[in-house]
Design a protein around this ligand. Structure first.
Ligand SMILES: [Zn+2]
Length: 74
């Protein structure tokens, strides 16, 4: 099991997510971002992400996934 925070993933707070793979952590975080979508910090992070072209979004995803792979199991 590994842990990433909202901030480590893409966003804006210290909410923690636990999962066996990056996919499931990513989905949990997505869910969380939907729940707090009125929060200005998350809104800003989302706008920032939407302003990236698909290639840049993919690169960002790959970077985060690489970071996840580097994390120690807990
Ligand atoms: Zn958050």
């Amino acid at each position: 099991m590994k842990k990433m925070t909202c901030k480590q993933l893409w966003w804006a707070c210290d909410m923690e997510f636990y999962g066996e793979d990056f996919e499931s952590i990513g989905n949990m975080c997505k869910q969380h971002v939907m729940e707090v979508k009125d929060d200005p910090a998350h809104q800003q992070a989302m706008q920032e992400m939407m302003s990236l072209d698909p290639q840049a979004q993919q690169a960002r995803y790959a970077t985060r996934k690489a970071e996840f792979d580097e994390l120690p199991h807990i």
